[in-house]
Design a protein around this ligand. Sequence first.
Ligand code: ADP
Ligand code: MG
Ligand code: MG
Length: 317
Amino acid sequence: MSDNRVWSYSAVLMGSPILLKLFTHDETLASRVFALIKRYEDLFTVNRADSQLMDINRAAGRHPVVVSRPVFELIKCAKAASMVHNSAFNLAIGPLVKLWRIGFKGDCVPPAEEIAARLRITRPQDVILDEAAGSVFLAQVGMEIDLGAIAKGFIADRVRDYLHQQGIHNGLINLGGNVQTLGTPQGNWSIGVKKPFAEADALVGSIEVVNKSVVTSGTYERYFEQDGKRWHHILDPRNGYPLDNELDSVTIISSDSLDGDIWTTLIFGLGVEKGCALLKQRDDIEAIFVTKNRDIILSSQRQFRFTPLDDSYRLTD
Ligand code: ADP
Ligand code: MG
Ligand code: MG
């Protein structure tokens, strides 16, 4: 039986509140979705010692580690995104993330020489993949892969695929920053774009999408303040410091949430002007930039409709 009523299911996984919306009341299905997310979390986390990813990291500089297919595939994809010329995305950023400890107790700006030393062990080309063996080898001692910027996107896409397999074609999964939508219930799904550095539920606008992923990455998500400056959790692999430009947040609208995750980081590294120019070459990926100066800039508006909700922001496109 189905009607137009939306049923919401929630859990806390990957350190984030997870929200699933379905047009059916089915606790069993919801718990299967949460179990699926948990299985992937167990493979990808770097916050616990017993994940496959940590097995790779522990063997850095010593030997390759054979991993399961999803881990291999996600690392392969993350490496490709990291090898793009001048990419701000880097899967081998782990040693710098650990050094900065942003959002954790005692976080402060590390000494410049420490940053320089860690930069030397964050080269994506030192992540060696062996297709035939299904193994991953980190060539330098101390290297660490961190999939924190894309694991959620990958998992959101797997939840979408699972729901499709179960015959569900209307729904939404929100993994805390990564939203993946299925179908067009009563028109479109409406998704809020957060107002940076404001109360949790304050929005600068909302967007309506059909069968799309919406991913937001923002400097306001995790940061600390020191020397009158905010130091946030998206690091520039080219210099080892938090990416510093005019942006407070980037939202990417795409089919796959994995693309959304990669592109939020790439665009953060490019800034508004270069980011827009690059997106002109892609008609499947669109961005909403929210700047420190309170501008909202849309790269294009083919796959979504944007409604501004905060008068203190200027909308330009
Ligand atoms: P959010 O935490 O808001 O979802 P992201 O999706 O951008 O933000 O992920 C940020 C996380 O990705 C960081 O906490 C860190 O683990 C990792 N990370 C930081 N900088 C980079 C980078 N340049 N490339 C890849 N991963 C990064
Ligand atoms: Mg994210
Ligand atoms: Mg991301």
